[in-house]
Design a protein around this ligand. Structure first.
Ligand code: ARG
Length: 273
């Protein structure tokens, strides 16, 4: 029952994401589409769906507010997803270009062809699968609950009637809606939710486990509850009609798993406990 409600909400969200596709803040230029059109003499419409991978550059949509998966180091976007995407591009003999945008714009960017794929610690859900394809999964994850030390919230059940912060459009947001009498505050960045918790504007934050660890390590007085909120898996998303790229990326991912490169990338960003 719980899941069903969340799925219905997700469906509504996917529709609204599709509707505001033009709002995606990608800085993708029109150039690749133009070149593809010239090269293939394709119609404009075809060029739009084929670009930008058509010119040897893979454009990745992400939201670089999610350490250790994607975050900014100076001008550069680094992290597990950035490294995995680079390794995939290398396997395919292509260049990688990363576009940073709001998390809830990623699916629209992929659907509209502004980006070739989305890699953003994105959880595979039934509702997202209606809108995009996902590659094989590359990580197990979970939504966890961050509270202030000394909080009376000790288990997920204690969230009843509480004020909870989430990142807009994430599975934390979707699933937290099912908590009885909850007040949800949605932030553009997960870190903003953590700030609000530190300022006692929230009782808890629901966010993915690895970013939660980073935020709790960086700030005094916070802890992660032992019991997680949900268990999930991450994968890379692609436009439904781009099955050619889906096959290629799955093959590349399999080889990265096989060679140990994937584990190496994860280990670079996540220290063993
Ligand atoms: N795993 C969650 C989801 O898919 C959160 C992902 C947020 N990622 C990000 N780059 N901000 O909804």
């Amino acid at each position: 029952m719980k899941k069903m409600i969340a799925l219905a909400t997700m469906a509504a969200m996917v529709v609204s994401m599709t509707a505001c596709g033009s709002k995606a803040e990608t800085a993708t230029t029109e150039a690749p589409a133009t070149e593809a059109a010239t090269e293939t003499a394709a119609t404009e419409a075809e060029a739009a769906t084929e670009a930008p991978a058509a010119n040897g550059t893979l454009v990745m949509a992400t939201n670089a507010e999610f350490p250790p998966y994607e975050y900014r180091e100076g001008d550069k976007i680094v992290g597990i997803d950035a490294d995995i995407a680079q390794a995939i591009a290398d396997e395919l003999g292509m260049e990688l270009q990363i576009e940073d945008m709001a998390f809830d714009s990623i699916i629209a960017a992929v659907q509209s062809g502004k980006a070739d794929f989305g890699a953003a610690g994105m959880t595979v859900t039934e509702d997202r699968l209606q809108a995009v394809n996902f590659t094989d999964t590359y990580t197990q994850a979970s939504q966890v609950i961050i509270v202030k030390e000394g909080s009376t919230v000790a288990t997920p059940d204690d969230l009843k009637g509480k004020r909870v912060g989430v990142q807009l459009g994430t599975t934390g947001d979707i699933y937290a809606e099912d908590i009885e009498d909850v007040t949800l505050d949605r932030y553009n960045k997960g870190f903003e939710a953590v700030q609000a918790l530190l300022q006692d504007k929230l009782d808890a934050v629901i966010i993915d486990s690895e970013p939660a660890k980073v935020f709790v390590d960086e700030n005094e007085g916070l802890k992660i509850l032992d019991e997680s909120f949900t268990d999930e898996e991450y994968a890379i998303c692609m436009a439904k009609d781009n099955t050619d790229l889906l096959d290629k990326v799955n093959t590349a991912l399999a080889s990265l798993k096989e060679s140990g490169k994937l584990d190496e990338i994860k280990a670079k960003y996540i220290s063993a406990e």
